[in-house]
Design a protein around this ligand. Structure first.
Ligand SMILES: Nc1nc2c(ncn2[C@@H]2O[C@H](COP(=O)(O)OP(=O)(O)O)[C@@H](O)[C@H]2O)c(=O)[nH]1
Ligand SMILES: [Mg+2]
Length: 328
């Protein structure tokens, strides 16, 4: 048995150490590791599917607290929960990982849970690929729920939404005019808005904020992928574990409806297509950059474009055409 066969077998058996090792392999930039990762992913296939939940929220909103409480609620029901973090800024805010570990201490000790902090690499494109592969590995390891957490820097929400079955936005209680602070694009991809910290002194403010978001959601165009009443805003307290069962109930309602109406499967198909085309684009570009002559051409074209001497489309053709010489 090869090393990869052995790893695949232990991973399929749900061994968390094997899963951790496999993720390290897909995160590696080393060519031999990439080859092994590809072999492993091919051996595992795509048969098992977990519920993929994307979760976004700015730092301090309570993501770690929520994931710990929500994750423990699910594992108490016997579900296996994996948590992956997508944080393109983690190299800069290196301290947050330490904070997360202490905050998710109970969940990280739970036999039914697996927590993986984001790799300390900053490039979003690379993070997206690694996270998708890590999700596939968690599914092969038999996890029922995969939570993909992001702090929402730059495009990371869109990236996470593109690999999730449902997308949850965690928000803090806000003063009235702060509602504008949430980018419209994010409201449009949210399936469920959770206004956290609905406890103690913040409770009434959280309820008001929640009502404001519910109102804003009602004003938005009805999406064909939603049953009546969605997207929805509800108030929760991660700290006091209030409203988490209601949030889970709403997620189930939504996902069951999408399953029954073929939307869940269509979304997975669209996502697979999207990432396939993205990968072709990324891999073609990487191959161009690997070739010294092509790389020089790329850089010269880029300089021409930046200086306004050549249109982007014309410059791109000047690079791509020589890479695919016409057959004689
Ligand atoms: N009052 C209250 N505080 C909370 C709640 N959830 C998180 N916090 C606090 O908010 C701070 C940031 O929480 P954390 O989970 O680290 O946020 P993250 O940066 O989004 O992961 C911590 O001090 C938490 O104790 C909540 O439901 N209620
Ligand atoms: Mg956190």
């Amino acid at each position: 048995m090869t090393m990869i066969d052995d790893l695949a077998e232990r991973l399929r058996a749900g061994e968390r150490r094997a899963l951790a090792r496999a993720i390290t392999l897909v995160e590696s930039a080393r060519a031999d590791h990439r080859a092994q990762a590809a072999e492993l992913l091919a051996a595992l296939g795509t048969a098992k599917q977990a519920l993929r939940i994307g979760l976004s929220g700015t730092p301090g909103v309570g993501k770690s607290t929520f994931i710990e409480a929500f994750g423990l609620m699910l594992t108490a029901q016997g579900q296996r929960v994996a948590v992956l973090a997508v944080d393109p800024s983690s190299a800069r805010s290196g301290g947050s990982i330490l904070g997360d570990k202490t905050r998710m201490e109970r969940l990280s000790r739970d036999e039914l849970a697996f927590i993986r902090p984001s790799p300390s690499q900053t490039q979003l494109g690379g993070v997206a690929r690694r996270t998708r592969e890590a999700v596939a590995l968690c599914e092969a390891a038999g996890f029922d729920v995969v939570l993909i957490e992001t702090v929402g820097v730059g495009q990371s929400e869109t990236v996470v939404a593109e690999m999730s079955d449902l997308f949850v936005l965690l928000l803090a209680p806000a003063g009235g005019d702060e509602l504008q602070g949430v980018k419209r694009g994010i409201m449009e991809i949210a399936d469920l808005i959770l206004v956290n910290k609905a406890d103690g002194e913040l409770k009434s403010q959280a309820l008001r904020t929640c009502a404001d978001y519910a109102g804003a959601l009602r004003l938005m165009r009805k999406r064909p992928e939603d049953p009546e009443g969605f997207p929805k805003a509800i108030a929760v307290s991660a700290l006091e574990t209030q409203g988490l069962d209601a949030a889970w109930g709403d997620m189930q309602t939504l996902i069951n409806w999408r399953r029954d109406n073929g939307i869940w499967a269509a979304r997975r198909r669209d996502q697979a297509r999207f990432w396939f085309h993205e990968e072709v684009r990324v891999q073609l570009l990487a191959r161009l950059r690997d070739d010294p002559a092509m790389r020089a051409r790329l850089e010269a074209a880029e300089a021409d474009v930046a200086a306004g001497r050549v249109l982007p489309s014309v410059a791109a053709a000047g690079v791509v055409d020589p890479a695919f010489p016409a057959k004689t």
